[in-house]
Design a protein around this ligand. Structure first.
Ligand SMILES: [Zn+2]
Length: 144
């Protein structure tokens, strides 16, 4: 999660919403790490989780990542949660809760939905205070 927070900080430095994600292989190696790049790439789907998923899948040359774990600083949105289920990610560790756009514990609750392809183990609140502080800082700076 420390690495995910670093990615979130790097995203903030690029003017992106500070969210960072890391994917770890079964052997504990980090296979992908990225932060939000929706503005940079002019791509509304360029969330940290999606970019990390794409990079990890490309690296292991598979559309699925069973036995891989994802660390992300913010509760995944419905789009990302659906992508993580499709990738058969083993565990999802997330930081801050996102009542507004989250799709795991809020809104669509993708992993609890009967249509989900896969239910990863979910661990929330990991370094949540730090992740939430980054977001708060970012949005406060945007408003001023
Ligand atoms: Zn997302």
């Amino acid at each position: 999660m420390k690495l995910a927070l670093e990615q979130a900080r790097a995203a903030a430095d690029r003017g992106e919403v500070p969210v960072g994600a890391v994917i770890v292989a079964p052997d504990g190696q980090v296979v992908a790490a990225d932060g939000n790049r929706t503005r940079e790439l002019n791509d509304p789907t360029a969330h940290a989780e999606i970019l990390a998923l794409r990079a990890a899948c490309a690296q292991v040359k598979s559309e699925r990542l069973p036995d891989h774990d994802l660390y992300v600083t913010l509760e995944p949105c419905a789009m990302c949660a659906a992508a993580l289920a499709a990738a058969r990610i083993r565990r999802v560790y997330y930081g801050a809760s996102d009542p507004k756009s989250g799709g795991v514990a809020h809104g669509a609750r993708v992993f609890s939905h009967p249509q989900t392809h896969h239910r990863p183990e979910v661990y929330d609140g990991i370094a949540a205070d730090e992740a939430a502080a980054l977001l708060k800082q970012f949005f406060a700076a945007q408003r001023s």
